[in-house]
Design a protein around this ligand. Structure first.
Ligand SMILES: Nc1nc2c(ncn2[C@@H]2O[C@H](COP(=O)(O)OP(=O)(O)O)[C@@H](O)[C@H]2O)c(=O)[nH]1
Ligand SMILES: [Mg+2]
Length: 328
C-alpha cells in the first residue's frame, strides 16, 4: 500500500472493511474515493476503488428475490433507448421531462423536489425514447441508488441552468460523476474497454434561455463545451429549442431504424426495429424472431444497398432507414 495515504483515508478504509450491508460499504467507499490523494502513485489504487464501486452499484440495482414492493430506482427500459435527465437542483430537470413528454413530474422552486425517478416517453418521428427525471446528483439521501441507475442507462441528458453559473454547475456535475466512477464520453473520444471508469454518452442541455441573464452563461458554455459535446440551448418556459431535442437524442444514441418486409408485402414504417449502429442483418433477424438468427441465409436490401433489392449476407451492417427482406 502506498505510504502517503492520509489518516482520513485510512479511517474510511477501516469503516469500509467493517461495514455490514451494501449501503454502508458504498458510503465508506465513496469517502475513500473522495479523500484519496490524487497523483500517479495512487493511480492503481484509485482504479481498484472505482472497479469495486462499480461492482457494488451493480449489486444495488439487482432485483432481489426477497424484496417486496416496487423498486423506484430500478426502471425497466422501454422504447428505443433510455435517457436519464441529470443535474443539480433547480436546473429544470422536472420541467424538462414535463415539457418533452407531458408526464406529470413534480416541479418546485425549492431544491430536491424530485426524490424518486419519474418516467415519460419522448416521441421522435416513428420512435419513442424513455425519458427519466431523476433527483439531483448531490442529493445524499438517494445518491447510492441514483448512481446505480446511471450505470445501465443509454444516455445522460445533463441539464444546467443558464441564468446562474452554468460553468460552475457543469464542473460540480463532472466532479460528482467522477467521484462515483463515471465520466462523460466526449465527441470522437474512444471507448476505453479496459478502464474501470464507466463512460456515458451525454447530451448537454442548457436550460432557461428565456432568462435575461442567460446570454453570458450560454456564451461561456459554448466556448468551454461546444466542441466537446452536443450542446443544446432550450427554455422550458417559452419552449424554444425543445423541438430539436428528439433528433439530437436520436443522433447521440447512435441508433438505426430498420424495416422488414415480406416478399409480396410492403414495409411497415410505423414499426421500425431500432438497433445500435453496427448491427447486422442477422441481428435484425433475431429481433424479428429468435429462430430467424439461425435460419437466415441472406437478405434483400433497399436503402444503403448499391442497387434496390441487392442480396446481402448475414454480416451486412445496416444503415438507418434500410428495408430488408429475410430469406432462410
Ligand atoms: N425561467 C425559467 N424557469 C424555469 C425553466 N425551467 C424550469 N424553470 C423553473 O426552475 C425551477 C426549478 O425547476 P424544476 O424542474 O423543479 O428543477 P429540478 O430541480 O432540476 O427538477 C422551477 O421554479 C421552474 O419553474 C425555464 O426554462 N425558464
Ligand atoms: Mg426535479
Amino acid at each position: 500500500m502506498p505510504a502517503n495515504l492520509t489518516p482520513q483515508y485510512k479511517e474510511a478504509e477501516q469503516r469500509y472493511r467493517q461495514a455490514r450491508g451494501l449501503p454502508a460499504k458504498i458510503a465508506a467507499l465513496q469517502e475513500m474515493m473522495a479523500v484519496i490523494p490524487k497523483h500517479k502513485g495512487t493511480d492503481h489504487l484509485r482504479a481498484d476503488l472505482r472497479a469495486r464501486m462499480s461492482r457494488h452499484l451493480e449489486e444495488v440495482e439487482k432485483p432481489r428475490a426477497t424484496s417486496g414492493g416496487p423498486q423506484p430506482f430500478s426502471i425497466r427500459k422501454e422504447g428505443a433507448g433510455q435517457v436519464l435527465i441529470v443535474g443539480l437542483p433547480n436546473s429544470g430537470k422536472s420541467e424538462l421531462l414535463q415539457a418533452l413528454t407531458r408526464a406529470p413530474a413534480k416541479v418546485g422552486d425549492y431544491p430536491f423536489t424530485t426524490q424518486t425517478p419519474m418516467v415519460g416517453m419522448l416521441p421522435y418521428e416513428n420512435v419513442l425514447f424513455q425519458l427519466v427525471d431523476t433527483p439531483a446528483l448531490n442529493d445524499r439521501d438517494v445518491q447510492t441508488r441514483l448512481f446505480g441507475l446511471l450505470r445501465n442507462t443509454d444516455l445522460l441528458m445533463v441539464t444546467v441552468d443558464l441564468s446562474v453559473d452554468p460553468l460552475e454547475e457543469m464542473q460540480a456535475i463532472i466532479q460528482l460523476l467522477d467521484e462515483w466512477g463515471y465520466s462523460l464520453l466526449e465527441n470522437d473520444e474512444a471507448i476505453d474497454a479496459e478502464g474501470s471508469r464507466v463512460q456515458k454518452l451525454a447530451l448537454l442541455v442548457a436550460n432557461k434561455s428565456d432568462e435575461d441573464a442567460s446570454g453570458k452563461g450560454w456564451e461561456a458554455m459554448r466556448r468551454r463545451y461546444g466542441r466537446r459535446f452536443t450542446l443544446l440551448r432550450v427554455s422550458c418556459m417559452d419552449g424554444s429549442g425543445l423541438e430539436g431535442v428528439g433528433a439530437e437524442v436520436f443522433k447521440s444514441l447512435n441508433r438505426v431504424r430498420v424495416y422488414t418486409k415480406s416478399p409480396s408485402g410492403r414495409p411497415d414504417y410505423n414499426a421500425p426495429i431500432v438497433m445500435t449502429l453496427g448491427s447486422t442483418t442477422a441481428d435484425a433477424a433475431e429481433r424479428l424472431h429468435k429462430e430467424w438468427r439461425e435460419k437466415l441465409r441472406y437478405a434483400l436490401l433497399w436503402g444503403s444497398a448499391k442497387f434496390d433489392g441487392q442480396r446481402v449476407g448475414r454480416d451486412y451492417v445496416l444503415a438507418d432507414g434500410d428495408v430488408i427482406e429475410l430469406h432462410g
